[in-house]
Every structure is written in C-alpha cells, then in structure tokens.
Design a protein around this ligand. Sequence first.
Ligand SMILES: NC(=O)c1ccc[n+]([C@@H]2O[C@H](COP(=O)([O-])OP(=O)(O)OC[C@H]3O[C@@H](n4cnc5c(N)ncnc54)[C@H](OP(=O)(O)O)[C@@H]3O)[C@@H](O)[C@H]2O)c1
Length: 302
Amino acid sequence: MDGSALKVLVIGGSGFVSGTLARVARDAGHEVWVVTRGQRPVPEGVTALTADRKDRQAFAAAVAGAGVEWDLAVDCIGYQAEDAVQDVEVLSPRVGHLVFISTDFVFDPARRAFPQPFGNPHFLAEGYGGGKRACEEVLSAADTGDMRWTVFRPCHIYGPGSQLGCLPEHGRDPELIARMRAGEPLRLVGGGHFLQQPIFVRDLAELALSAHGCDLAHRGIYCSAGPDIIESRRYYEIIAEVLGVEARIEEVSVAQARIDHPEWASFLCHRIYDVTPLRLAGLQVPNTPIAAGLREHVRSLL
Ligand SMILES: NC(=O)c1ccc[n+]([C@@H]2O[C@H](COP(=O)([O-])OP(=O)(O)OC[C@H]3O[C@@H](n4cnc5c(N)ncnc54)[C@H](OP(=O)(O)O)[C@@H]3O)[C@@H](O)[C@H]2O)c1
C-alpha cells in the first residue's frame, strides 16, 4: 500500500472476514464500499451497495451504478468459477487491483508436502476446495485488462466475529467455552496432533490491503498463514489457559474419521506453509502470535 487513502470495494462486507476487512480498511483511513444482500448490518462508516451476486444483472447494475473507480476490490465470497468470471467482467473496467480470497482447501489433502509448496499442483476438483480452485483458474486464464489481481489462500482463520475451534469434532463449536468450563473432554481427530498455522483475521485483512501497489503480487497466488506452527491441540490448550481450566482431550481415530466423515478430509492433514513468498513480494506478513490472537478471540466471546 502506498500510504494514501484508497477507494476499496468489498464483495461481502458484513461477515466474519469481509466485515473485519471493511472495518480494518475504514480504520486505516480508506473509503469503503461493501456489496451484500442487505441481510445483516454493515460496519458503520462504509457505503452499502445492495445486490445478490447470484443475480448477475443486479450485481453489475449495483456496482456500475455506484459510479466509482476503485483502487482495490476484495472478493471475500467467491466460491464458483462463475463468481470469478463475474469479477473479471464487472470489476476489471473500474478496479485497479482485485484480491480474491481463496482457501488452502484447494489442495488435495492426500498429496501435500511439508511445508506445502505454493506451487504444489495437486488440487481438488470438486466441492468447496475444487470450486475455489476453479476461481483461481479463471483469473489465471483471464484477460483482466488494466486490473491487477492477487489470490490469497488462508488456512484456518480465527478472531473476533467467528466461533472457536479449528479441528473436528470441535471446529467452529459455539459450545466450546461452555464445554471446557464444564470439564467436558474435547474429542479431536488424531488427538489434535495435526499441525496448523492459523491466521488472525485482522492480519488477513491487512495482507489483503497490502496487495494494492505491490508490483510483485500481480498474478500471484499465496498461501496465507500466521506466524506460529502449532499442533491443533495447542490451540485448545491456549483457550483453556485463557479460561483458567484444564484442556482434556480425547483422541478420535483418524482412520475411522476418514470412513465416517469423508467431508472432513481437508482437515485431516498438516496445514503448514512457508510464508517467505509473502515477504519477498513485499506483502504485509501476518504477525499476530497465536496466543495473543486467541486471547482476544476468547475474550470477544465471553
Ligand atoms: N473461515 C475460515 O477459516 C476460512 C479459511 C479459508 C478461506 N475462507 C474464506 O473466507 C471467506 C469468508 O468470508 P466471510 O467470513 O465474510 O463470510 P460470511 O461470514 O459467510 O459472510 C458473507 C458475507 O457476504 C454477504 N453475502 C453472502 N451471500 C451473498 C450474495 N449472494 N450476494 C451478495 N452478498 C452476499 C453476506 O451479507 P448478506 O447475508 O447480507 O448478503 C456477508 O456480508 C470465504 O471466501 C471463505 O472461503 C475462510
């Protein structure tokens, strides 16, 4: 980012990631627009555009009708190839730089390397991860004219605005604090030994904003992770420390979980990354320590 105020368009804007991004951008002094269906309140001080992106005409009309040329747009809610096509068609005439929020679930969990190289070519073709990968492919193949673009693939995102929990059976578990206070054992796949590198939501927002003006990030696709590599069980132990209780963990068999819950496959692997490419590109490298970020997250829920 070049330090001056930007015009920023957020696709989404009242959710966990998108709402945080809108607030972080606003607090940094940028002028912020958000596009949502208007079902939840948007952050104060931003300009709300209302459209369902699945209604392509309505979305195009809302964006064009704002009559703005944005420096940066961040698509927080693209899930299918047609969403990325929409970004190219509707945003490229009026946006300087597009950031697309993908996911580390694009990778085939059975064919990872550690730390996962950004260029690992083994991707999922279906489901949530497959859809995000299709969006990345649309951008890579598209003529985006003068609009630059950058893709970020966050791993587990945590922080105020979401529920706690990074691994089945206690992923985004709204009852987690109550369970831990009651001394209930937490059932974690593999005993919680899978490695993770969670990213704090405000760090992700700052990373996204830092793409603007970053020449090397044009056409870049980056795994986006926090500074600490931890066993997943450590995440729960930190929560226990904040609550002043003991973390009791029961192991759920990985083999059985693979049979019973094929939809958990992308969780049942190590999810760790070398963030050097972020630094080398001149992007804002996530730096909130997991203990500090989780403390803030837990307190936001108390
Ligand atoms: N959580 C994680 O650990 C994780 C990890 C990797 C990547 N991600 C990615 O992070 C992003 C999450 O974004 P988020 O937290 O902001 O999502 P969210 O909490 O589900 O919020 C969705 C936002 O988009 C709006 N919206 C939903 N459907 C819409 C539509 N059809 N047209 C226009 N607006 C619509 C919602 O407002 P209205 O309801 O008012 O429309 C809301 O503002 C996703 O891309 C996800 O894949 C998450």
